[in-house]
Design a protein around this ligand. Structure first.
Ligand code: ATP
Length: 264
């Protein structure tokens, strides 16, 4: 079941999803995340990024949504049939919308909570905590403060640090840049890209900011109104004039594209 480099760690196949009374949020989305890569999921407000990440983490039912067709496969398992705590133990760990720190708990307690989920022993917890502090020195400085009193950037770092305490193979992040100053966003991406390079950590990152996504990811999938309309290697997409015009605002705007898969 262990994925080899370049094998798909996650596959989303012809996925359709709706909420409650029938709001269709995803229509026939296909994508794969290869072991060891950073895949960015880009798209504007309401494109379906969060819905896709919820489906990937089997959290759709908890938010009033459901899969109506297709499936998500992680490390050979059908995600919709696998409990979220089992997914976490298998290394699929999410940092979903809104940072979700326990505001009255200290930064250290927030981080430790991430290790408890996978049943780590005390010595492992200590080692993992030291590793997170080495990655995020700001968290080490503020370890004793309640999470509710630190800055938005530090809360985002704490949420990512907590996920890292779960020793992920695939880290799923929903708009880590949301509401943060560019300098803090860059600091966070530098650390994530560093983990990808040094440890081969696989990342699936939703980003509204396509330029940011294309700068840091290996590949990018763009969603529009619940459909995947564009997919390709980030460096190739970055160099294309039409992509720069439509998604980066660098040149004349043109009509929305049909689904385009750009080869490497
Ligand atoms: P954003 O960047 O604003 O978070 P997004 O790309 O993540 O956008 P989603 O949040 O997945 O998009 O939303 C896709 C569609 O599903 C939208 O029409 C949204 O209104 C709807 N939606 C999302 N969550 C729910 C929910 N819990 N109940 C009903 N509809 C929802």
């Amino acid at each position: 079941m262990t994925a080899q480099p370049d094998q798909d760690l996650l596959r989303v196949e012809a996925l359709e999803a709706v909420y409650g009374g029938g709001v269709r949020a995803l229509s026939g989305v296909d994508l794969s995340v290869r072991a060891g890569e950073i895949l960015a999921l880009a798209g504007s407000n309401g494109a379906g990024k969060t819905t896709l990440l919820r489906a990937v983490s089997n959290l759709l039912p908890a938010t009033g949504g459901r899969i109506t067709a297709g499936r998500v496969v992680y490390a050979g398992r059908d995600v919709a049939r696998t409990r979220t705590d089992v997914l976490v133990r298998l290394g699929l760990v999410g940092v979903l919308e809104g940072r979700h720190c326990f505001r009255s708990l200290s930064i250290a307690e927030n981080l430790l909570a991430g290790g408890l989920g996978r049943g780590s022993r005390p010595a492992e917890l200590r080692a993992d905590l030291d590793r997170v502090y080495a990655l995020f020195p700001r968290l080490a400085q503020k370890r004793a403060l309640p999470a509710g009193l630190v800055s938005g950037g530090e809360q985002q770092m704490a949420a990512i640090g907590r996920a890292l305490m779960g020793r992920p193979r695939l880290l799923v992040l929903d708009e880590p840049s949301m509401g943060l100053a560019p300098r803090i966003t860059e600091e966070i991406y530098r650390i994530l890209v560093g983990l990808n390079r040094s440890e081969g950590l696989t990342l699936l990152v939703a980003e509204q900011n396509v330029a940011l996504a294309l700068r840091h990811a290996h590949r990018c999938v763009v969603l529009e109104t619940g459909r995947s309309v564009l997919e390709g290697p980030a460096d190739v997409l970055r160099a294309r004039d039409d992509i720069r015009a439509v998604y980066l605002g660098l040149g004349p705007s043109c009509a929305a594209v049909d689904r385009v898969v750009v080869p490497a």
